[in-house]
Design a protein around this ligand. Structure first.
Ligand code: CA
Length: 221
């Protein structure tokens, strides 16, 4: 995490999103605002944030659906849901969809800010590292630290693919499995091959092993 944490706010209410983005800016966050779920999904997948604040009732892509899609694409940024749907069952749905925290509307501004600070503290404590052939994948920064000390930055999709393979080093994944897990089931099978190619170009041929007729697995670290 940098000293200026990047925050994505996905909130369609113009008054609330204006007020919150001003508040977050005053607190030292670098704020991007998305006013619908589609835009939120696009920003969440393409830019790197330290924390996200998500509304649930959103145009285009509903908040929990947005969250599920981010998590399936390997985006592990801490998420706080801010929603008028705030009975216990709603909160359970939100947390089960992958949110780290849930605050009902109306809410107290100081409590919201304190919860965001707590999320940032927790995520900077628990940066996750996975062994890959020739180095270590830092899940939070989406980069591979090679054994010779060099750091290789990955794109979100490259990191998500390597994450899935490295988390299950003994498992052979079919292209369809990977397409579903990493690419949300959209696209052609050769999308997986393309990203395997990108990973090999950055990290060496053996980082991903082709298992003929079956698919791919992680190179043995
Ligand atoms: Ca809303």
């Amino acid at each position: 995490m940098t000293s200026t944490p990047a925050l994505l706010l996905v909130e369609d209410d113009p008054e609330l999103s204006g007020m919150l983005s001003g508040l977050f800016g005053d607190e030292g966050y670098l704020v991007d605002v998305a006013r619908d779920g589609q835009r939120g999904l696009h920003l969440g997948l393409t830019k790197q944030y330290d924390v996200m604040v998500l509304d649930r009732g959103l145009p285009a892509v509903e908040g929990l659906d947005l969250l599920t899609r981010l998590r399936r694409s390997g985006v592990h940024t801490p998420v706080l849901i801010l929603s008028a749907l705030s009975n216990p069952a709603d909160r359970v749905d939100g947390l089960d969809a992958g949110a780290e925290d849930y605050l009902g509307k109306p809410f107290d501004l100081d409590e919201l800010l304190a919860r965001l600070r707590a999320l940032l503290r927790r995520s900077s404590d628990s940066s996750e590292v996975l062994a890959v052939l020739g180095g270590r994948l830092d899940v939070s920064t989406r980069s591979v630290q090679l054994t010779d000390g060099r750091e290789v930055p990955l794109t979100d999709r490259e990191a998500a693919l390597l994450d899935v393979l490295a988390r299950n080093p003994r498992r052979i994944f079919s292209r369809a499995d990977l397409l579903d897990t990493v690419f949300d089931g959209s696209g052609e099978d050769n999308l997986v091959d393309t990203y395997v190619h990108y990973l090999r170009r950055k990290l060496g041929r053996r980082v991903v092993v082709t298992v003929r007729g079956l698919g791919y697995r992680s190179g043995r670290p």
